[in-house]
Ligand binder design. Structure first.
Ligand code: ADP
Length: 191
């Protein structure tokens, strides 16, 4: 059982690294952003509710997000563990996650924070915008998402650091370089 939370600004490469970690540890990577996008393209009720917030670069309300995560974490494929990408994003969500995990009898093993500076993440996201055509990747929306990140998500690192769960990873360099750093860190934890 390995329970991991991945933190980092939008554009830090969380999704890419999440897939690699998940494959290596044989656990599902659970991305709230991806669940919302999948629901949007399928036109579900959940997708319709999330759409307006996402397109403004704002958080989808907790009344939508928290129950969705609870249901997802209760699925049988998490028996071996899971990696959460994009959740929690606020201290309130971190508290909800604590309660969900307590109910499931699971404790977090590690919170990985991928650190990349602001200019680099803006550049990466603008590149991704042209490649993937994501409606929340325009420059003003990107800037807004980064502001929200600094204001609401970054302070959560302290919450996890206080519980001795936080591990910071340098997110600069190639995708492989960052993965190697993460794997070395995870291997070190399992000893
Ligand atoms: P990125 O990592 O680039 O920020 P995500 O795919 O994680 O992108 O999220 C995209 C959008 O989905 C967010 O800007 C937000 O609107 C919504 N979202 C994702 N996760 C959450 C969450 N935990 N709480 C509220 N909204 C969320």
């Amino acid at each position: 059982m390995t329970a991991i939370v991945l933190l980092g600004p939008p554009g830090a490469g969380k999704g890419t690294q999440a897939a690699r970690i998940a494959e290596r540890l044989n656990i599902p990577a659970i991305s709230t952003g991806e669940i919302f996008r999948a629901n949007m393209s399928e036109g579900t009720e959940l997708g319709k509710r999330a759409k307006e917030y996402m397109e403004r670069g704002e958080f989808v309300p907790d009344s939508v997000t928290n129950p969705m995560v609870k249901v997802r974490l209760s699925a049988p494929d998490t028996a071996n563990g899971f990696l959460l990408d994009g959740y929690p994003r606020t201290l309130d969500q971190a508290h909800v996650l604590r309660d969900i995990l307590a109910e499931l009898g699971v404790s977090l093993d590690v919170v990985l924070e991928i650190q990349v500076d602001e200019d680099e993440v803006v550049a990466r996201m603008l590149k991704r915008a042209t490649e993937q055509n994501r409606s929340d990747d325009t420059e003003p929306v990107i800037r807004h998402r980064l502001e929200i990140y600094h204001e609401l998500t970054e302070p959560m690192a302290t919450y996890y650091a206080d519980q001795d769960l936080l591990q910071v990873v340098d997110g600069r360099g190639s995708i492989d370089e960052v993965s190697e750093r993460i794997f070395a860190l995870l291997d070190g934890l399992n000893k």
